[in-house]
Structures are given as structure tokens and as C-alpha cells.
Design a protein around this ligand. Structure first.
Ligand code: FAD
Ligand code: EPU
Length: 338
């Protein structure tokens, strides 16, 4: 377990931002993690737990220690008539875990195919896509409390999952290291094709049957056609959350813009596509030096090569202001700003 000094974080974040970490190390066991957390460097400096770096924006050099999670292992721990309970270490790559489930006919995570990053970061923002959220398959997780030096178990209720939210994103931010997560996966799949584009893609694929394998492939195809590949163009997926507004506010906007992209949430609210709001403000395809707004999906901010985190952040700030001025809605960033 080596502690490196003054290293570039460029290979460790999907935005490809060339910020530096004062110290950098990785851990493959809980003992290594605790040793690093107790080391002289770590107790005096700030620390950042890093997974795949796919939901982070480094706006400056990190004046502390970055600890990369390399905990590995996937285990079927029990099963009953309805479920397989699968426990996986936080450093597993999320999509590889999904493929493992699909291969073994563990149903429930197929709609979450191809989301980048580590398994342990999934609960932080309750990852979601194509009609499914992590909370739908979540059983429990174990996390190390940095202050107390204890391992604590969190149930579904303890995590207080919401839309791209959990206790780990705000209330307990920086206090816990998620070590492993146990998922509850169905033996008898309940397939979810409610997101329109899935059925269209299944037809285009000439899929002979509705199965978790085919749904996963359909989602991989849709995502690959829409979202820029971070290996080609730096990005962190959706930069902002889709805002949830009152039915009244939605109606006021709808009266002026009949093409508004939104859907009801309960009886009194609407979730508006932030990509639509940003596009209406003229940002889609915008580029200033190497910081830009993706021409295919305006919700994704991109680094065309050498943008700094500050340049991407400043662009996000300009977008927030213009959406606020035009629609009276304040966008909230989904990406974690460091
Ligand atoms: P990181 O970026 O490394 O970390 C994110 C945050 O979690 C940081 O604050 C970090 O300190 C903290 N953290 C990470 N691991 C731990 C741990 N073990 N314990 C405690 N804290 C930890 N997200 C979706 O929800 N749905 C999508 O459809 C989606 N699509 C995306 C598409 C693209 C092209 C990209 C680039 C991103 C997308 N994302 C999506 C966002 C991202 O993939 C997820 O948020 C993912 O869970 C981040 O994982 P990570 O390991 O890369 O986290
Ligand atoms: N739209 C526009 N212009 C754009 C982009 C989108 O008008 O430039 C409108 C279109 O009407 C489109 C609608 O927005 O139909 C929704 O777009 P899309 O299906 O691409 O989904 P999204 O709302 O932009 C969300 C998640 C994604 C997730 C997809 C699929 C958030 C913040 N984002 O995106 O998650 O993969 O749905 O479920 O909820 C992420 O969190 O990083 C992420 C990529």
C-alpha cells in the first residue's frame, strides 16, 4: 500500500480534468482502508473516497488524500422462493456486476446496465435509469464510519433514498466509506419496459422474447446512441437533476411552450426534463474553449480535451442563471463538486 504524492487525477475522473491530488492511495481490504485513514497524512488532511470518478468535477487541486476503492468480490449469500441475495464489494465495477446478474438470471438490475462507476457509489445518489432505481433492488449495505471507526449496517429505510439522493450525499457526506452492498434480485423477473424507447429498441433488435438479457442489450444500445462515451469526450452523465415543480408552475410554462418535456409526479407535481429547459435557453451544442454542452443531450456537459474543472463549473453556473431567468426554475447539480 503505497502513498503517492502530487499525482494527476486525470485518469481517475471521467471528465478528464487534470487536477492534482496532494496524496493518493488505494485499498483492497478494510484493514488497508483503516490503516490509511489512521495514517498521519490522512488524519491531518481532507480525504476523498474515489470510485470510478464518473460523478465528480474537480474544480481545483485536491489538497488532501484521495483513497481509491479497490475492494472486490461478489457472493450469493442466501436465497428464498422469491429472491437471490447477492452481496458485492464496493470496488466492483457496477456494469460488471449487472452482467454477472444477467448471466446468472438474477433479475432487477437489467435496466441499470452500462451506468459507469463503482458499485459502492451506487447508493450515494440512488442511481437510476429507464424506470428503475437502485432502491428497488436494495437490501442493505455496510459502511465504515470514519470518526467512530466502526462498521455500521444500513437498511433501506436508513438510507432515505430519493431521486438521486440518500443520507450519504448530504446528511452524512464524507463520514462513511461504503464497503459492500447486498441486493435482493428476483427469481421470477418483473420486466420493466415502461420507458417508451425500450420497446422501440426491442422491436428494432427483432428480439424474439422479453428477457432480462434482451432488455439489458436494448438499454446498452439506447445509452450508447445518446450519451457521449467518456473515453472519447469527457463527461459525468447528467450534470443537473431534472427539477420537480408544482403542477401550477408546470401549467404556466406549458401555456407558453406546448412542447415542454415533463411528466407528472403524484397529483401535484411535475418533473421537467432539465435537458429541455437547457436546450430552450440555447445552450445545446454551445462550446467555449474546451468546455461545452453536448449537442445530442443538453443535460450532459462535456470536456473536449483540456477544459479545467473551473471552466466546466462556470459554464454550469451560466446555465443555471439563464434557466432561472427564463423559467424561474433553479437547477440543482447532480454531479459532486470537489
Ligand atoms: P465517483 O464519481 O468516484 O464518486 C461519486 C461520489 O461518491 C463522491 O462524492 C465520492 O466521494 C463518493 N463515493 C464513491 N464511492 C464511495 C464509497 N465506497 N463510500 C463512500 N463514498 C463514496 N448516474 C445515474 O444515476 N444514472 C445514469 O443513467 C447515469 N448515467 C451516466 C452516464 C455517463 C456517461 C456517466 C459518465 C455517468 C453517469 N451517471 C449516471 C453518474 C455515475 O455513473 C453514477 O453516479 C455512479 O454511481 C458514480 O460512481 P463512481 O464510482 O464513478 O463514483
Ligand atoms: N430533452 C430535450 N433536449 C435535450 C435532452 C433531453 O428536449 O437536449 C428532453 C427530451 O424530450 C427527452 C427528455 O428530455 O425525451 C428526457 O431525456 P432522456 O430520456 O435523455 O433522459 P434525461 O431525463 O435527460 C434521465 C437521467 C439519466 C438516465 C435517463 C434514462 C437524470 C438527471 N438523468 O436523463 O441519468 O440515464 O433519464 O432514465 O435524472 C445521470 O444521472 O447521470 C443520467 C445519465
Amino acid at each position: 500500500m503505497q502513498i503517492l504524492e502530487n499525482i494527476s487525477l486525470k485518469p481517475f475522473n471521467t471528465f478528464g480534468i487534470d487536477a492534482k491530488a496532494k496524496y493518493f492511495s488505494s485499498f483492497t481490504t478494510v484493514d488497508e482502508l483503516t490503516e490509511l485513514l489512521n495514517s498521519r497524512l490522512t488524519t491531518h488532511d481532507s480525504r476523498l473516497i474515489l470510485g470510478g470518478g464518473s460523478n465528480l468535477l474537480f474544480t481545483k487541486d485536491f489538497d488532501g488524500i484521495v483513497l481509491k476503492n479497490e475492494l472486490k468480490g461478489i457472493e450469493l449469500i442466501k436465497e428464498d422462493d422469491e429472491f437471490f441475495y447477492v452481496k458485492a464489494a464496493a470496488g466492483e465495477v457496477w456494469h460488471e456486476f449487472v452482467l454477472h446478474c444477467i448471466k446468472n438470471n438474477y433479475a432487477g438490475v437489467e435496466n441499470l446496465s452500462l451506468i459507469p462507476g463503482s458499485l459502492g457509489a451506487g447508493p450515494i445518489q440512488n442511481i437510476g435509469a429507464y424506470g428503475v432505481e437502485l432502491k428497488d433492488v436494495f437490501e442493505s449495505l455496510e459502511a465504515y464510519h470514519i470518526g467512530d471507526k466502526t462498521i455500521q449496517t444500513f437498511s433501506l429505510n436508513d438510507c432515505a433514498f430519493g431521486y438521486r439522493e440518500s443520507v450519504f450525499k448530504k446528511k452524512y457526506k464524507g463520514q462513511f466509506v461504503i464497503l459492500n452492498v447486498t441486493y435482493k434480485l428476483k427469481k421470477h423477473p418483473q420486466l420493466n419496459t415502461s420507458y417508451g424507447a425500450i420497446n422501440e429498441e426491442l422491436e428494432r433488435m427483432h428480439a424474439k422474447e422479453l428477457s432480462i438479457q434482451n432488455i439489458s442489450q436494448a438499454i446498452i444500445n439506447i445509452r450508447s446512441s445518446k450519451l457521449p462515451d467518456p473515453k472519447v469526450v469527457g463527461n459525468a452523465g447528467s450534470f443537473f437533476k431534472n427539477p420537480v415543480v408544482s403542477k401550477f408552475r408546470w401549467h404556466v410554462i406549458w401555456e407558453q411552450y406546448k412542447n415542454i418535456s415533463a411528466h407528472p409526479v403524484g397529483d401535484m407535481h411535475y418533473k421537467i426534463a432539465a435537458g429541455w429547459l437547457i436546450e430552450q435557453c440555447g445552450w445545446k451544442g454551445f462550446r467555449k474553449k474546451d468546455a461545452g454542452c453536448n449537442p445530442l443531450q443538453a443535460l450532459v456537459l462535456v470536456n473536449y480535451g483540456n477544459a479545467t474543472g473551473k471552466e466546466i463549473y462556470d459554464l454550469s453556473e451560466e446555465i443555471i442563471i439563464s434557466v432561472k431567468n427564463k423559467f424561474g426554475i433553479e437547477l440543482e447539480r447532480e454531479v459532486n463538486i470537489v
